[in-house]
Design a binder for this molecule. Structure first.
Ligand SMILES: Nc1ncnc2c1ncn2[C@@H]1O[C@H](COP(=O)(O)OP(=O)(O)O)[C@@H](O)[C@H]1O
Ligand SMILES: [Mg+2]
Length: 705
């Protein structure tokens, strides 16, 4: 095949496992201190399950019936050395993502086994965090930033904890890194286009994948982990992506050689020789680990490797069948399915026969998978493979973390640099989303204008006092909802936040403060605009003191509302949950703000809601500040028809059960609840819906910036 010859053979031959390559290998590693090799041994990964899995009838040592956990990985071993690309293959649900997660330190609870990193045994891979590149299956990108900006921010965040040794300025160094990445990953054409969404004017799928990989390579990782980087790409683009991985492993991307582990779902034949080794999983068990192929004298490739092993155990690849497809077909049934009714297996066989490519003689593939996993465990090939990884244990541990071109800076400096980068990124991102800002602007001007035109220039009469209360309560209500977009902030950005913070780019506090401060600037600005417009339209007390108090209270309630909505967003997983919960809470809090029901008439079992309603604090403060400055008169008609008596503002306040002296105390209360909501949302963001256990997250809370 043309592509095979053109793209694959030269690369594969260069990196084939010949004696020559082995010599090169030892030469390079002996004087290069920037390389890392890692072996993982007997990795078992259990997750807690809410529902008991169905009982198993066989004599398996692991019995889910008595266990409240589900075993995802059943003692998987393997290794990757600097300069190698290892493919983790297997059908969907076989544990590829889980293995990558575990290797990347994204899952620690429930994981047992050991990791040998350059001669040192660890219980996890946490020590590698700053040297790790981690590409997730979903794209986690900010859609309105351009490719170049995305890379520049990734570089700024990545290089924050370290300082370039060279005396060149930081900005110049970052530009140089970005330019090189754009060049190396062929992103010139997409450099200045917004990332966008595929199919809606964004950069192409292949470019996006390359961008994500480039982002993870700006800090020259020693280990690069990728989860299905080729899924969703066409065959040629997939080949180009894997070729890039090959170059990264080879150190062709300007630097040391990296150890690359990538999961791959359905590799095409020409991709296979690009992998040094393959880890084949089925239902979380090893089916094969070892070299993908064996090099023959003269640079040719033999299919001995995975295909050789399958042949050994009695499943030779039929002629005209693509080896990877054959291999995936062999293991594409889960072990659990063994109790499936006979018809299903017959149907499978019929389906295979209809497709013309399967093995009609194999009726039950789950039996085959069991047979393969069992014979693999005792296979001499496995023993040889494990022995090949044992030399990692005798490597020099100082190598991994020894000489580095970067130097660590103090925590405070790091925090500030990262904060600066994130602040700028969030700010740029926000400006590029004009619709959100425009909606806020319209709301803060148009709504007070409409409400103000209804409650225009309120008279200082006893009957008008009620309207004042309503008008103020309406503005407070509107402002506490004003930052409704905050509700979706964390559900929307959680993926990006988790990816970047888990990757050691920043701590939760950096992200949280950058986000909060950028949002607060617009919130405060629009709150003041709204307060000015409504104050003048309502014709409230004409004094500077009255105005300033009102502005402060409206701003404070807007901030409290935003904090409240952010908190709900941080505690809920989906948009639907957040919406439902927020609307319900706000309506309940609104009911007890003192306008809808007189506080004296609230049933005793609901009184506590008055104490927690931040809308109530604001209404009481704003109404008290205004009312106590006035005396309310009666019109001649009201005296005649209703027997109206003039009342002082304080009297009316008392009839509403509002305390005239609670203006500033209530302001500080608003301040206090804002702080409390912020604190809860910080912890919510850090602990909830992270896919990691509380214990893991707790440990991460105290990690450095
Ligand atoms: N946290 C979890 N809780 C329950 N089951 C899980 C969890 N994580 C993974 N699994 C299950 O483990 C299996 C392997 O998942 P995964 O590693 O995502 O497979 P792959 O990436 O190969 O498709 C799947 O059956 C999946 O449902
Ligand atoms: Mg997966």
């Amino acid at each position: 095949m043309y592509t095979y010859n053109r793209f694959v053979l030269p690369v594969a031959v260069t990196h084939s496992r010949t004696g020559r390559r082995k010599i090169e290998h030892s030469m390079i590693t002996s004087d290069n201190h920037d390389e890392v090799s890692i072996a993982w041994r007997d990795i078992v990964y259990d997750v807690p399950v809410a529902v008991k899995p169905p009982p198993k009838k066989d004599g398996n040592a692991y019995d889910p019936e008595v266990s409240k956990t589900k075993r995802i990985l059943h003692g998987v071993s393997g290794h990757v050395k600097a300069g190698e690309v290892v493919a983790v293959m297997g059908p969907s649900g076989s544990g590829k993502t889980s293995l990558i997660h575990v290797l990347g330190g994204r899952r620690e609870t429930g994981v047992t086994g050991t990791f040998i990193i350059n001669g040192k045994t660890h219980q996890n891979t946490r020590s590698l965090l700053q040297d790790l590149g981690y590409v997730t299956q979903e794209d986690v990108l900010m859609t309105t930033l351009t490719t170049r900006e995305t890379l520049a921010y990734a570089t700024r965040l990545r290089l924050a904890p370290r300082e370039l040794d060279k005396s060149s300025s930081r900005a110049a160094a970052i530009t140089a890194i970005v330019d090189r990445a754009i060049d190396e990953f062929d992103l010139e054409r997409a450099a200045n286009s917004p990332v966008g969404v595929v199919g809606q004017g964004g950069i192409s799928g292949g470019e996006k994948r390359r961008l994500v990989i480039a982002m993870e390579c700006v800090h020259k990782p020693k280990i690069l982990l990728l989860d299905e980087p080729t899924s969703g790409l066409d065959a040629t683009t997939a080949l180009l992506v894997v070729n890039k991985l090959r170059s990264i492993a080879n150190g062709e991307m300007g630097g040391h050689r990296a150890a690359v582990v990538t999961s791959i779902h359905q590799p095409r034949s020409s991709i296979m020789p690009l992998f040094d080794s393959a880890v084949l999983l089925a239902d979380g068990r090893e089916v094969y680990c070892g070299p993908t192929f064996t090099a023959l004298p003269g640079g040719a490739l033999s299919e001995d490797g995975i295909m050789g092993w399958l042949k050994d155990v009695g499943y030779p690849c039929p002629p005209f069948e693509s080896p990877p497809d054959f291999m995936m077909d062999m293991i594409n049934t889960r072990v659990e399915d063994e109790d499936a009714p006979r018809e299903k297996n017959a149907a499978n066989a019929a389906h295979d026969a209809a497709e013309g490519g399967g093995q009609p003689q194999i009726h039950d593939r789950s039996v085959v998978v069991k047979e393969l996993t069992a014979s693999w465990l005792t296979s001499p090939r496995r023993a040889t493979y494990l022995r090949a990884g044992d030399d990692i244990a005798s490597m020099d541990p100082s190598r991994a973390f020894g000489r580095s071109s970067f130097r660590r800076r103090s925590n405070l400096a790091t925090w500030c640099t990262r904060f600066g980068a994130l602040f700028s990124r969030t700010y740029v991102y926000k400006l590029r989303e004009p619709s959100a800002v425009a909606t806020q602007a319209v709301n803060s001007v148009l709504m007070p204008l409409i409400i103000g035109s209804i409650f225009f220039d309120l008279p200082l009469t006893v009957s008008g006092a009620n309207d004042r209360l309503s008008a103020i309560s309406l503005i407070v209500l509107m402002q506490s909802f004003a930052a409704f977009d905050q509700l979706l902030l964390f559900p929307k950005e959680r993926g990006l936040f988790l990816h970047e913070s888990n990757g050691g780019m920043y701590s939760t506090s950096v992200y949280y403060w950058a986000r909060t401060i950028v949002e607060s600037v617009t919130i405060i600005l629009f709150a003041v605009v709204c307060a000015c417009v409504s104050y003048e339209m309502f014709g409230l007390d004409d004094s500077a003191d009255g105005r300033i108090t009102f502005y402060f209270i409206i701003t404070a309630v807007t901030m409290a509302g935003a904090a409240f909505l952010t908190m709900i967003g941080s505690l809920c997983k989906t948009f639907e949950q957040t919406n439902a919960l927020a609307v319900m809470c706000l309506i309940v809090l609104m009911m007890f703000d003192g306008n809808w029901i007189n506080r004296r008439n609230i049933p005793v079992y609901y009184r506590w809601l008055v104490e927690v309603s931040f809308l109530g604090y604001a209404v009481e403060a704003a109404v008290a500040s205004d009312f106590k400055r006035h005396d309310f008169t009666c019109t001649a008609r009201a005296v005649e028809e209703e027997g109206c008596v003039p009342l002082s503002g304080s009297q009316i306040l008392r009839s509403l059960d509002f305390d005239p002296d609670m203006v500033w105390p209530n302001f500080w209360l608003l301040f206090g609840v804002t702080a409390a909501y912020r604190l809860v949302s910080f912890f919510g963001l850090h602990f909830f819906w992270t896919g990691q256990s509380f214990k893991e997250r707790w440990a991460k809370l105290f990690e450095s910036v």
